[in-house]
Design a protein. Structure first.
Lengths: 278, 278
């Protein structure tokens, strides 16, 4: 499997938690304090936090975003997540304002008890994000932690069925989906992406407002059968967890004679990668 | 545009109708009579009928299916649809048990006032259908009728986000989706496919039972905003119509700086067509 990275111990029925809160713009220390408080209550193997949970979202310009961005090898936020992962004995996925030399990325990072494991950089940038961040350049990595295969997407990626499908073809059990959603559609839509692709999706959304943006909360965990297992408040901080059944995400049989992969007709899909953008 | 075929006059706000009924297995004449009765009440520019509306679905073997299959150039069913399209001044999409020399296809045909216009052959065959039908070999054609760009899919194709996306990339306004659904998931899922792809979807499902199969009715018309505009009964014959707004299906702006096509990253999607099936 391309990009497969293995880490940690096996859990046949891992517990997945969503944490929803309102990061404070540009203030990593305050966001660490908020998370420190919220994470006390969590018992889970994999915890998913919102997009850009380290720094907040609505920077007025690139310079402001740059000032509080961190590189993965020298990050107070990752040191904090590592300490939490160690004390809770879990893995944490979080949105992360990532600096790599002079570039910024809207990333999702995976951290375990021993520290940083890997990252995904948001492929589809929303609205004015391209004034600040570079488009993701790391493809769609898959990680093996807590006995499951984990894929990462960030927020607006949800509107692109292509990336969900690719993660399914890479045998992902769970897509961790840190988000800062300003519209309410995604929370319904992920149930259909989960059903068509037969995996779990954990969409951890934020709450609160920044400037004219109001975030819609309502974080969800959905099952490979398209059921919504957890749904968070739309306004309040929220922590929810659920033990997931990996036999569901590993059963790709749609009928006794159709499996998700074998029933595909890739020879019919070439238009998806050959079409010009305009 | 690949496969674009033009026919008929323009209508800025075409009306789309769904017709739901219970075809009788192997009996084209009876099904023509049922439709003759139902179509009397319809005023629409495009009418969508269920999958295999000419002959029913659950053939016990290929020979039974073959006996009532028709070729498009000598079909009592297409002659009937043509007469209806002429008298109603409309276009009709219907599921069709198609014979082409010794092959059978689970097809969707498009018929207008002047006769047969074109066809799609179901790409993703469900369960035991592959004992009877050949997999579709005509790609995903697009037709221009009644002032709109029309794509065709059949039933189980709904679980494959790839084909919806390709039709969006071909600028389709409406996907006509003749179906014989035995599960209730699709009727919810098409709203998300419509939203992610910004087109209308008309899923015309059948009702009734054949052998151990019970069909779930509930035909739906959904909008490019993911709204369900029409929802049919789950048990009864149903005719519903709605005038659609093509400005919605032609507006592919997701934000002022994101369009459906330009925000895609096809260079990141090559796994969709290069991955091996097993």
């Amino acid at each position: 499997m391309e990009n497969l990275k293995s880490s940690g111990t096996e859990a046949l029925s891992p517990t997945v938690a969503l944490v929803q809160f309102a990061p404070l713009l540009g203030n990593i220390e305050s966001n660490i304090n908020s998370l420190c408080h919220l994470l006390k209550a969590v018992k889970a193997d994999v915890i998913v936090l919102p997009e850009l949970a380290s720094t907040g979202y609505a920077f007025s310009n690139r310079s402001d975003a740059f000032q509080c961005a961190e590189s993965v090898d020298n990050s107070s936020y990752i040191r904090f997540l590592t300490s939490q992962a160690a004390s809770l004995n879990c893995f944490i996925v979080s949105g992360f304002n990532e600096r790599d030399e002079n570039n910024l990325y809207n990333s999702a990072i995976l951290v375990g008890p021993s520290g940083f494991i890997g990252k995904y950089r948001k492929i589809h940038l929303f609205w004015n994000e391209s004034d600040i961040f570079e488009p993701g350049d790391l493809g769609l990595p898959v990680f093996e932690v807590a006995g499951l295969k984990l894929g990462l997407l960030v927020c607006f990626d949800w509107m692109f069925p292509e990336v969900w499908r690719i993660l399914a073809l890479k045998d992902v059990d769970l897509v961790a989906h840190p988000s800062n959603l300003v519209l309410p559609f995604c929370q319904q839509a992920v149930a259909v992406h989960a059903l068509c692709n037969r995996f779990y999706i954990a969409t951890a959304n934020r709450i609160g407002s920044e400037g004219s943006l109001h975030f819609t909360g309502g974080s969800v965990l959905v099952s490979p059968l398209g059921e919504t297992i957890i749904r968070g408040s739309v306004e309040e901080p929220f922590v929810g967890s659920h033990t997931i059944d990996l036999s569901l995400s590993r059963n790709k049989n749609i009928t006794p004679r159709n499996t998700l992969k074998e029933s595909r007709r890739p020879e019919c899909y070439t238009f998806l990668t050959t079409v010009e953008k305009k």
